[in-house]
Design a binder for this molecule. Sequence first.
Ligand SMILES: [Zn+2]
Ligand SMILES: [Zn+2]
Length: 499
Amino acid sequence: MTEEQLTVKDEIENSKDKYFLLKGVTGSGKTEIYIELIKEAFFRGEGSIFLVPEISLTPQMINKFKNEFKNNIAILHSRLTDNERAKEWESLYKGEKKIVLGVRSAIFSPIQNLKYIILDEEHETTYKQDNNPRYHAKYVAIKRCLLEDAKLILGSATPSIESYYYAKKGIYKLLNLDKRYGIAKIPDVEIVDMKKEEDLFFSKKLLQEIKDTLIKGEQVILLLNRKGYSTYIQCKDCGHVEECEHCSIKMSYFSGSKKLKCNYCGKTKKYTGKCSNCGSENLIHSGKGIERVEEELKKYFDVPIIKADADYSKDRDFFSKLYEDFLNKKYSILIGTQIIAKGLHFPNVTLVGVINSDIILNFPDFRAGEKTYQLLTQVSGRAGRAEKIGKVIIQTYQKENYVIENSKEEYYEEFYEKEIKLRKMFLYPPFSKLINIGLSSENEKELLEEAAEVFQKLKSDLVEMYGPMPSMVYKVKNRYRMNIFIKGNKNNIDRFKKF
Ligand SMILES: [Zn+2]
Ligand SMILES: [Zn+2]
């Protein structure tokens, strides 16, 4: 380990603090610190829980831990059978295994003599379970550490705004790893204004960079946040847009399978090439999906291309095969949704292109800025992780937006300062707490009446209340959905919650 890594490790081991936020730039060697801590605890007979946002997306990390801890580690994920899970839990309960690597529910595993809980990529939303039983693994971890006298380490290159705020206030002890591990360098990030470009998909700059990279025999990753070919199909004659009959959502077109698919309920429909309203064949494919980007890209480059989105990653082996194949240079270009932004390490990838960075940014969510920042810096971290210097091209229609402007890991502080000001101004977390009450029914009339009644009954001077209002996607799987949105300071929200 480097001097920097050793200092951080010693600090965690010897400090009286219980909660740590380890902010380390991509490739700064956080994993090595985790492994050392867990190993030393193990030799003292102490247990550790190591949480990751999603198992299938971190094959390299899993392999590292498997090699290191062999039969002493239990790997818990959602695809285990009940029987497999019971066996692992029993071995932990009996103290035969002392280390757990798993997704959020592994926070409840019956580890004996617990010393460390580590949440890697602590900013990820997958740590929160939003169906019953509802919990956030981070807050369960804090409570467990308190009850069992263990230490919590939250790790991230781009901490959530709330965690960083608490670290700055001293509630978590802030630890920094600023240098990239080994000889890897921070990539060059360039932001391209798409308003000035003719091509809808690729800027001249990105095309030139792809060309240069391929000539050198190096690889390219392109990020696009949409599945399928086009995100909707509209009839030019009657204006009809193909929608799902069970959800109020436009259906995406998948050119490979010639199908229309609803991304909310999963229902598919055969694509006939004709408008289902007037029968016209005069259809426009709008919105860019990764299948469309692949097709456009093939007009310029005759090289092997592979695609990846969340649908593919449902397949147990797809991701590890993709990882092997791309690592072994079977493909020159990888196009994918945000699932490719995480944890993967490809030494030969020297160019990362973000086709459209605006999609998440335009999402009506107070965390949209934070999520966009995290995605952009994470995917940038895929470029140039070995001795080669990487290049990142971010295409956008909002070049002046503070999120896009600061979308480099080394600008985290600048980004944070702007974001926290906005949160304070509009009273969003960490300056307030929010409650979202969701109501749904197959009967629209009853739902509207009930929602209005619930709202009236809940009315309180303790908090600000908004609604009842329709969900962003009003109908899903034949159920209509309404929301009541509640905001207040911590004390008042806690009092209100009891009510
Ligand atoms: Zn039509
Ligand atoms: Zn649907």
